[in-house]
Ligand binder design. Structure first.
Ligand code: GLU
Length: 440
Protein backbone atom coordinates (compact mmCIF):
# COMPACT_ATOMS: atom_id res chain seq x y z
CA UNK A 1 0.00 0.00 0.00
CA UNK A 2 1.03 3.55 -0.61
CA UNK A 3 2.30 5.57 2.24
CA UNK A 4 2.19 9.31 1.81
CA UNK A 5 5.52 10.17 3.28
CA UNK A 6 8.32 12.55 2.41
CA UNK A 7 10.96 9.95 2.98
CA UNK A 8 9.86 7.29 0.55
CA UNK A 9 13.02 5.44 -0.56
CA UNK A 10 13.98 5.39 -4.19
CA UNK A 11 11.96 2.82 -5.99
CA UNK A 12 14.05 2.19 -9.04
CA UNK A 13 17.73 1.89 -9.43
CA UNK A 14 19.90 0.93 -12.36
CA UNK A 15 21.78 -1.21 -9.87
CA UNK A 16 18.61 -3.06 -8.99
CA UNK A 17 19.64 -6.61 -8.27
CA UNK A 18 16.45 -8.10 -9.68
CA UNK A 19 16.94 -6.39 -13.02
CA UNK A 20 20.60 -7.33 -13.07
CA UNK A 21 20.10 -11.03 -12.62
CA UNK A 22 17.26 -11.21 -15.13
CA UNK A 23 17.74 -11.79 -18.80
CA UNK A 24 17.55 -8.47 -20.62
CA UNK A 25 14.20 -7.87 -22.30
CA UNK A 26 13.42 -4.61 -24.00
CA UNK A 27 10.63 -3.43 -26.20
CA UNK A 28 9.87 -0.85 -28.85
CA UNK A 29 6.35 0.38 -28.15
CA UNK A 30 5.15 2.71 -30.90
CA UNK A 31 1.64 4.08 -31.10
CA UNK A 32 0.32 3.44 -34.61
CA UNK A 33 -0.68 7.05 -35.13
CA UNK A 34 1.42 7.58 -38.25
CA UNK A 35 4.39 6.35 -40.19
CA UNK A 36 7.36 6.41 -37.82
CA UNK A 37 10.04 8.86 -38.84
CA UNK A 38 13.70 8.05 -38.75
CA UNK A 39 14.06 9.61 -35.27
CA UNK A 40 11.42 7.29 -33.82
CA UNK A 41 13.28 4.35 -35.24
CA UNK A 42 16.41 5.45 -33.37
CA UNK A 43 14.60 4.34 -30.18
CA UNK A 44 13.98 0.96 -31.78
CA UNK A 45 17.64 0.76 -32.77
CA UNK A 46 18.93 1.51 -29.27
CA UNK A 47 16.61 -1.17 -27.88
CA UNK A 48 17.77 -3.62 -30.51
CA UNK A 49 21.49 -2.94 -30.03
CA UNK A 50 21.21 -3.23 -26.29
CA UNK A 51 19.33 -6.52 -26.49
CA UNK A 52 21.86 -7.89 -28.94
CA UNK A 53 24.78 -6.76 -26.82
CA UNK A 54 23.29 -8.38 -23.71
CA UNK A 55 22.06 -11.44 -25.57
CA UNK A 56 18.60 -10.49 -24.49
CA UNK A 57 15.33 -10.11 -26.32
CA UNK A 58 13.83 -7.24 -28.25
CA UNK A 59 10.03 -7.13 -28.46
CA UNK A 60 7.58 -5.08 -30.47
CA UNK A 61 4.44 -3.81 -28.80
CA UNK A 62 1.82 -1.83 -30.63
CA UNK A 63 0.24 0.71 -28.30
CA UNK A 64 -3.04 1.08 -30.14
CA UNK A 65 -5.34 2.19 -27.36
CA UNK A 66 -6.09 5.67 -28.61
CA UNK A 67 -8.74 4.65 -31.09
CA UNK A 68 -9.25 8.18 -32.39
CA UNK A 69 -5.69 8.53 -33.60
CA UNK A 70 -5.17 5.18 -35.32
CA UNK A 71 -3.71 5.30 -38.83
CA UNK A 72 -4.61 2.11 -40.71
CA UNK A 73 -1.31 1.46 -42.48
CA UNK A 74 0.88 2.51 -39.53
CA UNK A 75 1.57 -0.97 -38.12
CA UNK A 76 2.61 -2.27 -41.48
CA UNK A 77 4.93 0.73 -41.95
CA UNK A 78 6.43 0.29 -38.50
CA UNK A 79 7.22 -3.34 -39.29
CA UNK A 80 8.53 -2.46 -42.72
CA UNK A 81 10.84 0.20 -41.24
CA UNK A 82 12.26 -2.29 -38.74
CA UNK A 83 12.69 -4.95 -41.35
CA UNK A 84 14.45 -2.62 -43.82
CA UNK A 85 17.09 -2.05 -41.15
CA UNK A 86 17.20 -5.70 -40.11
CA UNK A 87 15.94 -4.93 -36.59
CA UNK A 88 14.27 -8.29 -36.09
CA UNK A 89 12.16 -8.68 -33.00
CA UNK A 90 11.52 -11.76 -30.90
CA UNK A 91 8.07 -13.30 -30.48
CA UNK A 92 4.90 -12.05 -32.17
CA UNK A 93 4.21 -8.37 -31.85
CA UNK A 94 1.78 -7.58 -29.06
CA UNK A 95 -1.33 -5.44 -29.57
CA UNK A 96 -2.74 -3.65 -26.56
CA UNK A 97 -6.16 -3.57 -28.17
CA UNK A 98 -6.28 -7.36 -27.81
CA UNK A 99 -5.69 -7.24 -24.07
CA UNK A 100 -8.64 -5.23 -22.81
CA UNK A 101 -9.65 -7.97 -20.37
CA UNK A 102 -6.19 -7.86 -18.80
CA UNK A 103 -6.46 -4.13 -18.14
CA UNK A 104 -9.97 -4.52 -16.79
CA UNK A 105 -8.79 -7.17 -14.37
CA UNK A 106 -6.05 -4.87 -13.16
CA UNK A 107 -8.49 -2.04 -12.70
CA UNK A 108 -10.40 -4.31 -10.31
CA UNK A 109 -7.26 -4.63 -8.17
CA UNK A 110 -6.96 -0.85 -7.95
CA UNK A 111 -10.65 -0.55 -7.20
CA UNK A 112 -10.32 -2.99 -4.35
CA UNK A 113 -7.40 -1.02 -2.97
CA UNK A 114 -9.48 2.13 -3.38
CA UNK A 115 -6.77 3.77 -5.42
CA UNK A 116 -9.10 4.80 -8.24
CA UNK A 117 -12.42 6.59 -8.45
CA UNK A 118 -15.01 6.84 -11.16
CA UNK A 119 -15.24 10.08 -13.15
CA UNK A 120 -18.03 9.99 -15.79
CA UNK A 121 -17.44 6.36 -16.75
CA UNK A 122 -13.63 6.65 -16.68
CA UNK A 123 -11.49 5.49 -13.75
CA UNK A 124 -8.97 7.93 -12.36
CA UNK A 125 -5.96 7.09 -10.26
CA UNK A 126 -5.81 9.18 -7.14
CA UNK A 127 -2.43 10.86 -6.74
CA UNK A 128 -1.25 10.68 -3.12
CA UNK A 129 -0.36 14.00 -1.50
CA UNK A 130 3.08 15.08 -0.51
CA UNK A 131 5.00 12.17 -1.86
CA UNK A 132 8.45 12.18 -3.40
CA UNK A 133 8.77 10.07 -6.54
CA UNK A 134 12.24 9.47 -7.84
CA UNK A 135 14.16 7.05 -9.91
CA UNK A 136 17.72 6.51 -10.97
CA UNK A 137 17.49 7.12 -14.69
CA UNK A 138 20.20 5.30 -16.65
CA UNK A 139 20.79 8.43 -18.75
CA UNK A 140 19.66 11.35 -16.61
CA UNK A 141 20.74 10.12 -13.20
CA UNK A 142 18.46 10.80 -10.26
CA UNK A 143 15.15 12.31 -11.35
CA UNK A 144 12.68 13.45 -8.76
CA UNK A 145 9.10 14.70 -8.81
CA UNK A 146 6.78 15.80 -6.06
CA UNK A 147 3.46 14.05 -6.33
CA UNK A 148 1.71 17.41 -5.83
CA UNK A 149 2.60 18.47 -9.37
CA UNK A 150 0.72 15.49 -10.81
CA UNK A 151 -2.99 15.36 -11.53
CA UNK A 152 -5.21 12.37 -10.99
CA UNK A 153 -4.93 10.45 -14.24
CA UNK A 154 -7.27 8.13 -16.09
CA UNK A 155 -6.44 4.43 -16.08
CA UNK A 156 -9.35 2.87 -17.97
CA UNK A 157 -11.34 5.16 -20.24
CA UNK A 158 -15.11 5.15 -20.65
CA UNK A 159 -14.70 3.36 -24.00
CA UNK A 160 -13.16 0.41 -22.14
CA UNK A 161 -9.68 1.08 -23.47
CA UNK A 162 -6.78 1.78 -21.13
CA UNK A 163 -4.72 4.96 -21.26
CA UNK A 164 -1.09 4.88 -22.31
CA UNK A 165 0.14 4.98 -18.69
CA UNK A 166 -2.00 2.12 -17.50
CA UNK A 167 -1.46 -0.30 -20.35
CA UNK A 168 2.23 0.55 -20.64
CA UNK A 169 2.99 -0.34 -17.01
CA UNK A 170 0.92 -3.53 -16.98
CA UNK A 171 2.45 -4.74 -20.24
CA UNK A 172 6.02 -3.92 -19.29
CA UNK A 173 5.52 -5.87 -16.09
CA UNK A 174 3.77 -8.85 -17.66
CA UNK A 175 6.28 -9.16 -20.47
CA UNK A 176 9.15 -8.89 -17.98
CA UNK A 177 10.72 -5.84 -19.54
CA UNK A 178 13.97 -5.07 -17.75
CA UNK A 179 14.88 -1.76 -19.41
CA UNK A 180 12.53 0.85 -20.81
CA UNK A 181 14.19 2.85 -23.58
CA UNK A 182 12.03 5.73 -24.69
CA UNK A 183 12.24 9.38 -25.68
CA UNK A 184 12.88 11.77 -22.81
CA UNK A 185 9.60 13.55 -23.55
CA UNK A 186 8.15 10.72 -21.45
CA UNK A 187 10.03 11.73 -18.30
CA UNK A 188 7.01 13.63 -16.90
CA UNK A 189 4.91 10.45 -17.28
CA UNK A 190 7.33 8.27 -15.37
CA UNK A 191 6.26 9.36 -11.83
CA UNK A 192 2.73 8.25 -12.70
CA UNK A 193 4.11 4.95 -13.84
CA UNK A 194 6.04 4.60 -10.59
CA UNK A 195 2.83 5.08 -8.66
CA UNK A 196 1.23 2.29 -10.64
CA UNK A 197 4.19 -0.02 -10.04
CA UNK A 198 3.88 0.72 -6.34
CA UNK A 199 0.14 0.25 -6.36
CA UNK A 200 0.50 -3.22 -7.83
CA UNK A 201 3.54 -4.02 -5.72
CA UNK A 202 5.77 -4.55 -8.73
CA UNK A 203 9.39 -3.65 -9.19
CA UNK A 204 9.80 -1.01 -11.92
CA UNK A 205 12.19 -1.60 -14.79
CA UNK A 206 15.28 0.50 -15.40
CA UNK A 207 14.35 3.68 -17.23
CA UNK A 208 16.58 4.78 -20.08
CA UNK A 209 15.22 8.10 -21.31
CA UNK A 210 17.01 8.87 -24.54
CA UNK A 211 17.44 12.46 -25.67
CA UNK A 212 15.05 13.91 -28.23
CA UNK A 213 16.52 14.48 -31.67
CA UNK A 214 16.41 18.11 -32.80
CA UNK A 215 16.55 19.65 -36.24
CA UNK A 216 19.39 21.96 -37.30
CA UNK A 217 17.13 24.82 -36.14
CA UNK A 218 17.38 23.29 -32.63
CA UNK A 219 13.64 22.71 -32.60
CA UNK A 220 11.74 19.43 -32.51
CA UNK A 221 12.62 17.46 -35.62
CA UNK A 222 10.18 18.38 -38.37
CA UNK A 223 9.47 16.92 -41.76
CA UNK A 224 11.29 19.83 -43.39
CA UNK A 225 14.33 19.13 -41.22
CA UNK A 226 14.57 15.56 -42.43
CA UNK A 227 12.03 13.71 -40.30
CA UNK A 228 11.13 11.36 -43.11
CA UNK A 229 10.53 7.66 -42.69
CA UNK A 230 13.21 5.03 -43.06
CA UNK A 231 11.17 3.77 -46.00
CA UNK A 232 11.54 7.11 -47.79
CA UNK A 233 15.26 7.28 -47.11
CA UNK A 234 15.76 3.80 -48.51
CA UNK A 235 13.68 4.70 -51.55
CA UNK A 236 15.93 7.70 -52.12
CA UNK A 237 18.95 5.44 -52.25
CA UNK A 238 20.29 5.49 -48.71
CA UNK A 239 21.80 2.20 -47.59
CA UNK A 240 20.33 0.52 -44.49
CA UNK A 241 23.89 0.16 -43.18
CA UNK A 242 24.44 3.91 -43.40
CA UNK A 243 21.07 4.73 -41.83
CA UNK A 244 21.81 2.44 -38.87
CA UNK A 245 25.30 3.84 -38.49
CA UNK A 246 24.00 7.42 -38.60
CA UNK A 247 21.12 6.76 -36.18
CA UNK A 248 23.37 5.03 -33.66
CA UNK A 249 25.42 8.21 -33.42
CA UNK A 250 22.39 10.35 -32.66
CA UNK A 251 22.74 10.46 -28.91
CA UNK A 252 25.33 7.74 -28.48
CA UNK A 253 29.06 7.52 -29.23
CA UNK A 254 31.64 4.75 -29.02
CA UNK A 255 34.70 4.96 -26.81
CA UNK A 256 37.07 5.93 -29.60
CA UNK A 257 37.03 8.14 -32.68
CA UNK A 258 35.89 5.48 -35.13
CA UNK A 259 32.72 6.27 -37.02
CA UNK A 260 32.05 3.47 -39.48
CA UNK A 261 30.41 0.50 -37.77
CA UNK A 262 28.35 -2.41 -39.00
CA UNK A 263 25.21 -3.29 -37.07
CA UNK A 264 27.05 -6.17 -35.39
CA UNK A 265 29.97 -3.94 -34.41
CA UNK A 266 27.56 -1.37 -33.01
CA UNK A 267 25.92 -4.03 -30.88
CA UNK A 268 29.32 -5.07 -29.53
CA UNK A 269 30.21 -1.48 -28.66
CA UNK A 270 26.84 -0.33 -27.40
CA UNK A 271 26.52 0.63 -23.79
CA UNK A 272 23.97 2.69 -21.93
CA UNK A 273 26.60 4.80 -20.18
CA UNK A 274 27.65 6.23 -23.50
CA UNK A 275 24.18 7.63 -24.24
CA UNK A 276 24.41 11.40 -24.00
CA UNK A 277 21.63 13.24 -22.24
CA UNK A 278 21.98 16.27 -24.49
CA UNK A 279 19.85 16.36 -27.59
CA UNK A 280 21.63 15.42 -30.79
CA UNK A 281 21.06 17.39 -33.99
CA UNK A 282 19.73 15.62 -37.04
CA UNK A 283 21.97 16.69 -39.86
CA UNK A 284 21.28 15.28 -43.31
CA UNK A 285 24.81 16.23 -44.37
CA UNK A 286 26.11 13.77 -41.82
CA UNK A 287 23.78 11.06 -43.13
CA UNK A 288 25.06 11.84 -46.63
CA UNK A 289 28.60 11.45 -45.38
CA UNK A 290 27.82 8.05 -43.84
CA UNK A 291 26.10 6.96 -47.02
CA UNK A 292 29.02 8.02 -49.20
CA UNK A 293 31.42 6.13 -46.95
CA UNK A 294 29.24 3.04 -47.00
CA UNK A 295 28.95 3.18 -50.79
CA UNK A 296 32.74 3.34 -50.99
CA UNK A 297 33.13 0.48 -48.54
CA UNK A 298 30.71 -1.96 -50.13
CA UNK A 299 32.08 -4.75 -52.27
CA UNK A 300 31.61 -3.82 -55.90
CA UNK A 301 29.42 -6.85 -56.62
CA UNK A 302 27.16 -6.07 -53.69
CA UNK A 303 26.83 -2.45 -54.77
CA UNK A 304 26.16 -3.47 -58.38
CA UNK A 305 23.43 -5.84 -57.21
CA UNK A 306 21.71 -3.11 -55.23
CA UNK A 307 21.91 -0.67 -58.13
CA UNK A 308 20.54 -3.33 -60.46
CA UNK A 309 17.55 -3.75 -58.12
CA UNK A 310 16.78 -0.05 -58.54
CA UNK A 311 17.53 0.06 -62.25
CA UNK A 312 16.67 -3.43 -63.52
CA UNK A 313 17.29 -2.45 -67.13
CA UNK A 314 20.97 -1.84 -66.33
CA UNK A 315 22.83 -5.14 -66.27
CA UNK A 316 24.98 -5.94 -63.25
CA UNK A 317 27.90 -6.56 -65.55
CA UNK A 318 27.66 -3.12 -67.13
CA UNK A 319 27.10 -1.50 -63.72
CA UNK A 320 30.27 -3.18 -62.45
CA UNK A 321 32.20 -1.80 -65.40
CA UNK A 322 30.99 1.76 -64.74
CA UNK A 323 31.23 1.75 -60.95
CA UNK A 324 34.97 2.46 -60.66
CA UNK A 325 34.53 5.84 -62.33
CA UNK A 326 31.32 6.92 -60.61
CA UNK A 327 31.49 5.34 -57.16
CA UNK A 328 33.46 8.18 -55.57
CA UNK A 329 30.93 10.72 -56.80
CA UNK A 330 27.88 8.89 -55.48
CA UNK A 331 26.16 10.08 -52.32
CA UNK A 332 23.10 7.88 -52.77
CA UNK A 333 22.29 4.91 -54.99
CA UNK A 334 20.13 7.27 -57.01
CA UNK A 335 23.25 9.13 -58.08
CA UNK A 336 24.12 6.14 -60.18
CA UNK A 337 20.99 6.84 -62.19
CA UNK A 338 22.22 10.36 -62.83
CA UNK A 339 25.89 9.63 -63.42
CA UNK A 340 25.47 6.32 -65.17
CA UNK A 341 22.59 7.15 -67.50
CA UNK A 342 24.86 8.14 -70.39
CA UNK A 343 25.99 4.52 -70.71
CA UNK A 344 22.46 3.29 -71.17
CA UNK A 345 20.63 6.09 -72.90
CA UNK A 346 21.13 8.55 -75.74
CA UNK A 347 21.70 12.05 -74.46
CA UNK A 348 19.12 14.75 -74.77
CA UNK A 349 21.17 17.71 -75.91
CA UNK A 350 18.38 20.25 -75.79
CA UNK A 351 18.30 20.98 -72.09
CA UNK A 352 21.88 22.13 -71.68
CA UNK A 353 22.76 23.03 -75.24
CA UNK A 354 23.57 26.63 -74.38
CA UNK A 355 26.39 25.37 -72.15
CA UNK A 356 28.15 23.73 -75.08
CA UNK A 357 30.57 26.59 -75.66
CA UNK A 358 33.08 25.09 -78.07
CA UNK A 359 32.52 25.53 -81.79
CA UNK A 360 31.48 23.03 -84.44
CA UNK A 361 34.96 23.43 -85.93
CA UNK A 362 36.62 22.56 -82.60
CA UNK A 363 34.43 19.48 -82.21
CA UNK A 364 35.41 18.42 -85.69
CA UNK A 365 39.12 18.79 -84.90
CA UNK A 366 38.68 16.46 -81.97
CA UNK A 367 36.68 13.97 -84.01
CA UNK A 368 39.23 13.90 -86.84
CA UNK A 369 42.02 12.99 -84.43
CA UNK A 370 39.98 10.56 -82.37
CA UNK A 371 39.12 8.57 -85.51
CA UNK A 372 42.82 7.84 -85.92
CA UNK A 373 43.22 6.20 -82.51
CA UNK A 374 43.85 2.47 -82.66
CA UNK A 375 44.07 1.69 -78.96
CA UNK A 376 40.87 3.28 -77.66
CA UNK A 377 41.74 4.16 -74.09
CA UNK A 378 41.49 7.13 -71.82
CA UNK A 379 45.14 8.16 -72.14
CA UNK A 380 45.01 8.37 -75.91
CA UNK A 381 41.65 10.15 -75.84
CA UNK A 382 42.90 12.60 -73.27
CA UNK A 383 46.02 13.48 -75.28
CA UNK A 384 43.94 14.45 -78.27
CA UNK A 385 41.44 16.53 -76.35
CA UNK A 386 44.27 18.34 -74.52
CA UNK A 387 46.05 19.20 -77.71
CA UNK A 388 42.92 20.62 -79.39
CA UNK A 389 42.31 22.57 -76.22
CA UNK A 390 45.79 24.08 -76.21
CA UNK A 391 45.80 24.82 -79.93
CA UNK A 392 42.57 26.76 -79.58
CA UNK A 393 43.41 28.38 -76.30
CA UNK A 394 40.33 26.93 -74.63
CA UNK A 395 39.69 26.79 -70.90
CA UNK A 396 39.72 23.31 -69.43
CA UNK A 397 36.32 23.82 -67.78
CA UNK A 398 34.82 24.97 -71.05
CA UNK A 399 36.18 22.01 -72.98
CA UNK A 400 35.28 19.34 -70.43
CA UNK A 401 31.82 20.69 -69.88
CA UNK A 402 31.09 20.86 -73.61
CA UNK A 403 32.22 17.27 -74.12
CA UNK A 404 30.35 16.16 -71.00
CA UNK A 405 27.11 17.58 -72.36
CA UNK A 406 27.80 16.05 -75.77
CA UNK A 407 28.14 12.63 -74.13
CA UNK A 408 25.36 12.82 -71.58
CA UNK A 409 23.21 15.90 -72.12
CA UNK A 410 23.92 16.71 -68.48
CA UNK A 411 26.05 19.15 -66.53
CA UNK A 412 27.06 16.51 -64.00
CA UNK A 413 28.94 13.61 -65.53
CA UNK A 414 31.51 11.02 -64.59
CA UNK A 415 35.11 11.90 -65.56
CA UNK A 416 34.90 12.29 -69.34
CA UNK A 417 37.96 10.34 -70.55
CA UNK A 418 37.23 7.03 -68.83
CA UNK A 419 33.57 7.57 -69.73
CA UNK A 420 34.51 7.84 -73.41
CA UNK A 421 36.64 4.72 -73.12
CA UNK A 422 33.74 2.71 -71.67
CA UNK A 423 31.26 4.16 -74.12
CA UNK A 424 33.41 2.92 -77.00
CA UNK A 425 34.82 4.62 -80.06
CA UNK A 426 31.82 4.41 -82.33
CA UNK A 427 29.26 5.68 -79.87
CA UNK A 428 31.56 8.46 -78.64
CA UNK A 429 32.15 9.69 -82.18
CA UNK A 430 28.41 9.57 -82.94
CA UNK A 431 27.64 11.71 -79.91
CA UNK A 432 30.40 14.22 -80.59
CA UNK A 433 29.15 14.50 -84.17
CA UNK A 434 25.63 15.16 -83.02
CA UNK A 435 26.84 17.85 -80.65
CA UNK A 436 28.93 19.41 -83.46
CA UNK A 437 25.88 19.43 -85.73
CA UNK A 438 23.77 21.02 -83.04
CA UNK A 439 26.15 24.01 -83.20
CA UNK A 440 25.41 24.61 -86.85
N1 GLU B 1 3.61 4.54 -27.20
C1 GLU B 1 4.66 5.38 -26.69
C2 GLU B 1 5.33 6.09 -27.85
O1 GLU B 1 4.82 6.01 -28.93
C3 GLU B 1 5.63 4.50 -25.96
C4 GLU B 1 6.46 5.21 -24.97
C5 GLU B 1 7.19 4.16 -24.13
O2 GLU B 1 8.06 3.50 -24.71
O3 GLU B 1 6.86 4.00 -22.99
O4 GLU B 1 6.31 6.74 -27.73
Amino acid sequence: MLKATETEPKIASSKSSAAKSQKVRVRYAPSPTGIPHIGNIRTALFNYLFAKKEQGQFLLRIEDTDRTRLVPEAVEKIKESLSLLGLDFHEEEMYQSKRLDVYKKHLEILKEKKLVYEDEGAWRFKIPKNKKLSWDDAVHGNVEFKSDVLEDFVTLKSDGYPTYHFANVIDDHQTQITHVFRGDEWIPSTPKHLLLYQAFGWEPPIFVHVPAILGTDHKKLSKRQGAKSVIEFVEEGYLPEAIINFLAFLGWAPKDEREIFTQTELAQEFSIDRINKNSPIFNVEKLNWFNKEWIKNLQSDDLARRINERYPRYSEEKINQILPIVKDRMVTLDDFGLLGALFFEKPNLKENQKDITITQQQFEEIITDLIKINAWNEEEISKIVQSVMEKNNLQKAQMYRSIGIALSGKLVTPPIFPAMEILGKEETLTRLNEAANSKR
